[in-house]
Design a protein around this ligand. Sequence first.
Ligand SMILES: [Zn+2]
Ligand SMILES: [Zn+2]
Length: 255
Amino acid sequence: MKIKVLGCSGAEFPGHNPPGFLLDREILFDAGSLTNVLDKYAQAKIKDIFITHAHLDHIRGISFLADNIIVAKRRQRVNIISIPSVIKTIKRNLLNDSLWPDFTMIPDYENAVLRYRELKSGKTMRINDYKITAYRVTHSVPAVGYMVEDAKNKRFFYTGDTGPTDSTWKKVGDKKIHCLIIEVSFPNSMRDMAILTGHLTPQLLKEELMKIKQMPEQICITHPKPQHFKAIKKELEGLKIKNLRLLKDGDIIRI
Ligand SMILES: [Zn+2]
Ligand SMILES: [Zn+2]
């Protein structure tokens, strides 16, 4: 599996794009970065977008992609996939014909640019040769992470935004995770803020990793706040965990 990191930042500044992870050019996990990074050819290949939760830094690219498809008069249909409560929030608050057009009705329902597909937590969807399962995580709003398994039983798990959680790791069970893409948003000095807002610090990450039955082969860190990047980087290095890497925009993850 090859994943291109379109963005992996916990806020937006020049050179720091919000989260977007592109698998095989067609399947996107979170849409914080999309049209700001991908050219028109790459945008035209996208078929499925899995959303972890409905915070703006994870969904905003959907709006601009849909608009670009219509303007280009492309016959492209994109599935927006998530748990029912996330779909409901996007429907009600983003693509609501007020803040932005309802692209599930444009040009008409039959040929609409966007289509919602619900995936309940704990359930698996098959896309191409992949099995993709949603697992609830702990955040300030309903949120899931996605476990992706390919035909050779290689797996990655993308947490999206999460604070400390026991139930997620229990549900994931003893499945080997070859690559864990997990968030760390704040430095250790902001532990209380991290727990309050459903995020992790380097120390909290260490505590989470101890809950996982088999240590992942690769650990990729996403979502650091750029304002605290240096402190987070130093504290992550201090954990002395091998195969741990702090992602940057444009990176490629191979699994
Ligand atoms: Zn969030
Ligand atoms: Zn976020």
